[in-house]
Design a protein around this ligand. Structure first.
Ligand code: 5GP
Ligand code: ZN
Length: 119
């Protein structure tokens, strides 16, 4: 499943649909969410078409670890204040009951000042 011609995120990765890209390497792509839930809201996705977390295998451990270790640096670069006063939230919706709408695995990273949140 390297690329799915019907997948909106595969099209974004291939540049067929425009996006606000904020990160790219040989196996990952990062871009801002079109309908942000927070002042900073971007997604990190594998370039390879993996439908969801449910299809991950042990061979994907390094790939997912890379996303997790990149997230803090990219969050600050994208405008989140640094930990611990700032910070960010990571979310991976999986399957219909998990709220997943786009079936290409993506890790949401959300942060930035949100005065309506407690604490
Ligand atoms: P899900 O609900 O699948 O976890 O999240 C999908 C996310 O993709 C949503 O937050 C939605 O706003 C975002 N999204 C859907 N279509 C596009 C698009 O064409 N471009 C960008 N940048 N984000 C999109
Ligand atoms: Zn895809």
């Amino acid at each position: 499943m390297p690329s799915d011609p019907n997948c909106i995120f595969c099209k974004i990765i291939e540049g067929k649909i425009p996006s606000r890209k904020m990160y790219e390497d040989d196996e990952l792509f990062g871009f801002h969410d079109i309908a942000p839930w927070a002042p900073v809201h971007f997604m990190l996705v594998p370039k390879r078409h993996i439908p969801s977390m449910a299809q991950l295998t042990p061979e994907d451990s390094a790939l997912m670890g890379k996303i997790m270790t990149l997230a803090p640096r990219l969050a600050v670069e994208a405008g989140c204040n640094p930990y611990p006063k700032g910070g960010f939230r990571v979310m991976v919706n999986t399957g219909a009951e998990g709220g997943q709408e786009v079936h290409h695995l993506h890790v949401h990273v959300m942060g930035g000042p949100r005065p309506w949140l407690r604490g």
